[in-house]
Design a protein around this ligand. Structure first.
Ligand code: 5GP
Ligand code: ZN
Length: 119
């Protein structure tokens, strides 16, 4: 059920501390950790502690937590010193767009040139 921890969800386990991750920031509602397969010098994932399958589902159910996620994405960018050079916040949604973990998460990418439009 959305909002409740899912036993088979990798990011629920990371949020609970049951699977180790390189955590860079935590709040009451979010956890930010480095992507295991980084696509840029800065590649941090920001997840809600609550389980929702994607960003739009999170927005519909708990809009304040989505706002917290975006606030934290900005805080990660500032910590990583990419806020001035520019960074990208990405929510892959659906397998056709590359989503592989169905627990909402923002990718924060920076520290290199970022082409537009993305691939
Ligand atoms: P998606 O493809 O769903 O948008 O993003 C999932 C991301 O999670 C991928 O970039 C992938 O590298 C990352 N990832 C998958 N498994 C792990 C893990 O066990 N630890 C960490 N830190 N990142 C992971
Ligand atoms: Zn989950």
């Amino acid at each position: 059920m959305a909002g409740q921890p899912q036993a088979d969800c990798l990011f629920c386990k990371i949020a609970a501390g049951e699977v180790p991750a390189d955590v860079v920031r935590e709040t009451a509602t979010t956890v930010a950790f480095r992507d295991i397969n980084p696509q840029a010098p800065t590649h941090v994932l920001v997840i809600p502690r609550v389980h929702h399958p994607d960003a739009a589902s999170l927005a519909a159910a708990e809009p304040q937590v989505l706002a917290d996620l975006l606030t934290e994405a900005g805080n990660v960018a500032a910590d990583e010193k990419v806020d001035r050079t520019g960074y990208r916040v990405i929510f892959n949604t659906g397998s056709g767009a590359g989503q592989t973990v169905f627990h909402a998460h923002a990718h924060v990418l920076g520290g290199r040139g970022l082409n537009w439009p993305p691939g």
